[in-house]
Write a protein that binds this ligand. Structure first.
Ligand code: SAM
Length: 249
């Protein structure tokens, strides 16, 4: 049977492609790509010609079955997403799970992921972290999610768009308290790579004052619970006080 390779690709700087990824993308029988146009740009840059099929959120189930058939027929497949590591807030889970369920070999070709890239240079504790992907778009659901992880001790990691970052920071401040440090890692590995750090309130001020800071792609990291609470629990008491104040007429 063929092998399914899960291949990470750069998140902006094409210099971050690995030698193994380049070699594999040239050699496989088929590349299953989230968006074939995006992947074509990458392949063209490296002078790779390959057979591409679209594998995305909308056809995942049907395509997973078809690709498992291809693997069983002996064809090798590389799974790629538009950028970074497949399956990390990107399609691929169903295909990998189906391949495993059929006893097929799945080989990771590791590389960049925006989350790890951001965490590695953020200055926030990195020994323990919780990745939450994109927060819900609706305010109510977003606040419910944040409340459910208010006591998580590890650093929290989110992917967020520039359109919603201020709303999300507002909800962070309201649900987790004003005291936590947060970091926005924007346009990683690209020309305008920027790290902004501060409390949610300070970050909101920065982003409101400078719209350019809301452009492009960003990872939002937030200090975990214990790290934020000082010895006498002052920050926690501020959080409780905030909730109480909001509840008062
Ligand atoms: N699978 C990808 C990975 O491993 O990083 C993530 C895919 S997800 C659909 C895209 C989100 O990742 C963006 O909205 C942004 O939050 C984050 N991201 C991707 N590239 C980035 C970059 N160069 N700088 C900052 N964040 C990035």
């Amino acid at each position: 049977a063929g092998i399914l390779y899960v291949v990470a690709t750069p998140i902006g700087n094409l210099g971050d492609i690995t030698e193994r990824a380049r070699k594999l993308l040239t050699e496989v029988d088929l590349i299953a790509a989230e968006d074939t146009r995006e992947t074509l740009k990458l392949l063209r840059h490296f002078g790779i010609t390959a057979k591409l099929v679209a594998y995305h959120d909308h056809n995942e189930e049907a395509m997973a079955a078809r690709l498992v058939g291809d693997l069983e027929a002996g064809r090798s497949i590389a799974l790629v997403s538009d950028a970074g590591t497949p399956l990390i807030s990107d399609p691929g889970y169903r295909l990998v799970a189906a391949a495993r369920a059929h006893g097929l070999a799945v080989v990771p070709i590791p590389g960049v992921s925006a989350l790890i890239c951001a965490l590695s240079a953020s200055g926030l504790p990195s020994d323990r972290f919780l990745f939450l992907g994109f927060p819900p778009r609706g305010g109510k659901q977003r606040r419910a999610l944040l409340e459910s992880i208010a006591h998580e001790p590890g650093t929290l990691g989110f992917y967020e768009s520039g359109k919603r970052i201020i709303a999300t920071l507002n909800d962070l401040r309201d649900t987790l308290g004003a005291g936590r440090r947060a970091v926005i890692a924007r346009e990683l590995t690209k020309r305008f790579e920027t790290f902004l750090s501060g409390s949610a309130g300070e970050l909101i001020e920065r982003l409101e004052a400078d719209a350019a800071q809301r452009l492009g792609e960003m990872v939002l990291l937030v200090e975990g619970h214990q790290a934020a609470v000082d010895l006498d629990g002052r920050v926690e008491s501020e959080r409780v006080l905030g909730i109480l104040c909001d509840a008062l007429p």
